[in-house]
Ligand binder design. Structure first.
Ligand code: LLP
Length: 440
């Protein structure tokens, strides 16, 4: 466990998060339950914000809200004075509902829908990151109609390989994202955008992948982007004033991963800033406005999912299944990526693990597991199982598969807990169902 003041084992031998005993959380709110530690989220936002302000100067942290999007998250980001990255009309709508300042929103998407583009303009988002020529045409048309000029970035692919799962790598040569710097495609697209009267190209964006621990990959990507900026200055006379280096900082899931503290993340970002400064000096560029888009590292370790242990099945000589009241509908990451997690029994958190088990979900699907070979004390029906580091890409990728209910989420701080996502009901499941007359 990556223990901290707000995630620890308390005097009763129970797991405690944000000063709240997890057994009491399970009793009060039921399980499965997503729990978020507010201090951790704010701490991470502040580290990134302050390192940029103190060590770099002009910049903006954009919380990558795909990691966990709900109104309360945008409210926290707004209070912390950072921006947000959105990738769909739905994320943008959620941010707007939370009163988030549109000017601090950067909108992504490899295939933004025409209605998403016009909604983004209605809202007045600060930046749109262009990722194909036709959306530049579409945006130009929309802006012309409205008589406005929109700030945009171009997503480039610096061709840096990040050592992470192939589904979350984004800067390989055959990525669906961005324009290759190496092949000349990025230069061609830069020309295409510069020719638009109603688009103001501010600079470039890259994102090399997610759950990355090697500082070096980020530093190389930054260097390649700066080299490209210098090249654009020389060949097109275009001087970019913004560089957005995306997200991707890794977090602790199991003891195979590095354990970072807030200071560790500060060092990570300082290394990246060092590379940006060096690149600017090397290529004779003015320091651009620097943006980063962390998602997982802001909210991942802030989250814990609580389950109640139900059926236990031992297949002699093969494996033992400990089934919980959740599964792939609240956390599909094992099914999608074979992701590893650490689980503990929240009501017996001080006990040493004694056996390796597979934690199974309740869906009608063999692959519906939270994890295999999870090290636990002997679990019994009724135990509260806590899966750690589930704050990112769990709720945001949850589904109603098998018509299971997506669990609610609570935010904890100083021993107080509040819903930030209310529980679904069976009524919610059928709310949009329709039986056509002819079927009656
Ligand atoms: N910016 C862009 C353009 C991105 O595509 C992403 C993540 C981020 C920022 C935030 O990256 P982070 O700091 O969270 O690593 N569902 C996968 C992760 C997909 C990440 C997609 N893009 C998972 O569960 O591992």
């Amino acid at each position: 466990m990556n223990t901290r003041k707000t995630l620890c084992v308390n005097g009763k031998g129970h797991l405690e998060i944000g000063g709240y005993d997890c057994v009491e959380l399970a009793q009060r709110f039921g399980t499965p339950l997503y729990v978020f530690d507010e201090d951790y989220i704010r701490g991470m936002m502040r580290v990134y914000r302050d390192v940029i302000a103190n060590d770099y100067g002009d910049g903006l942290v954009l919380y990558a809200s795909k990691a966990f999007s709900c109104e309360a998250m945008y409210a926290i980001a707004k209070q912390e004075g950072i921006g947000a990255d959105v990738v769909s009309g739905g994320e943008l709508y959620t941010a707007m509902k939370a009163g988030f300042p549109a000017k601090k929103i950067c909108m992504h998407g490899n295939n933004k829908l025409p209605q998403e583009i016009s909604y983004a303009l209605d809202c007045g988002v600060g930046l749109l990151v262009l990722d194909n020529p036709s959306e530049a045409d579409l945006l130009e048309e929309e802006c012309e109609k409205r008589g406005i000029r929109q700030d945009v970035l171009l997503r480039v692919n610096p061709g840096v390989e990040a050592h992470t799962h192939k589904f979350v790598q984004t800067a390989t040569p055959d990525s669906k994202f961005g324009f290759s710097v190496g092949s000349g495609a990025a230069e061609e697209m830069t020309r295409h955008i510069l020719a638009k009267k109603h688009l103001r190209l501010r600079g470039f964006h890259c994102h090399i992948g997610s759950q990355i621990f090697e500082k070096q990959s980020f530093c190389i990507a930054a260097e390649k982007c700066l080299a490209f900026m210098a090249n654009m200055k020389k060949t097109l006379g275009f001087e970019a004033d913004t560089l957005n280096l995306g997200g991707g900082f890794g977090i602790w899931y199991t003891d195979e991963d590095e354990k970072f503290t807030l200071d560790g993340y500060a060092a990570y970002l300082k290394a990246l800033i060092g590379a940006v400064k060096e690149g600017c000096a090397k290529y004779g560029l003015n320091a651009p406005r620097l943006m980063i888009e962390p998602g997982r590292s802001v909210v991942g370790e802030a989250g814990v999912t609580l389950y109640t242990v139900g059926a236990i099945k031992e297949i002699p000589g093969i494996r033992k299944y400990v089934a919980v009241d959740g599964g792939m509908f609240d956390n599909p990451r094992f099914c999608l990526y074979g992701s590893k997690y650490t689980a503990i029994l929240a009501n017996r958190a001080a006990e040493q693990p004694t056996e390796l088990v597979s934690v199974a979900g309740k869906c009608c699907e063999s692959g519906d597991l939270i994890g295999v070979n999870m090290n636990l004390p002997r679990a019994e029906r009724g135990d509260i199982l806590a899966v750690l580091s589930t704050g990112a890409y769990n709720y945001s990728m949850a589904s109603n598969y098998n018509r299971n209910l997506i669990p609610p989420a609570v935010l904890v701080k100083d021993g107080k807990a509040d819903y930030i996502v209310k529980p679904q009901s069976y009524e919610d499941l059928v709310r949009n169902d329709v039986i056509p007359e002819r079927l009656k």
